[in-house]
Write a protein that binds this ligand. Sequence first.
Ligand SMILES: [Zn+2]
Length: 180
Amino acid sequence: MNCTACSTGQLAPCFLEPGLRAHECNHCGGHWLYVEDVVQWKAGGGKLGELDQMPEVEETASALTCPVTGRLMQKYRIVSGSSHKLDYSPHTGGLWLDKGEWSLLKEYALAGSVGNIVTEHWQRKIRTEDAKASLEAVYRRKFGEANYRKLAEIRNWLADQENCAEMRAFLLARDPYSGR
Ligand SMILES: [Zn+2]
């Protein structure tokens, strides 16, 4: 099988983990693996090896074609706050991982459940987290770091109080001692 990522190498059978079959490109070092193989490997008691050192992770920005069908693959983001994406071939259930991305998945504790990433549910979760993170950044900028932290702390503390509604009213009232 020819590598569609670098267009130079060949995809040769390999093991990503003991017992987990995949293909590795002998030129760019990327991997081709099937979600189904990961599921079966895990069901069969497959265990992820230790991640000793985080390698440099590469990223193919351009659209890739599936090495099996030649059709365009779809890109799926891995986690919020990271630009890394997996390329997925929905027709074959195959995944393309750029060099180092398997280790990245292990780092995020997602390697064993990599099939979850290529679901609408996961992608929606990433978008929600992104939106939350960007709002948080807006607050930090607006209030200043120290004030933001203090406010967030008070907010969390307040939410835990039994008479939280009254406390909030107390905080927001122009003059809580006027009795009006
Ligand atoms: Zn390659």
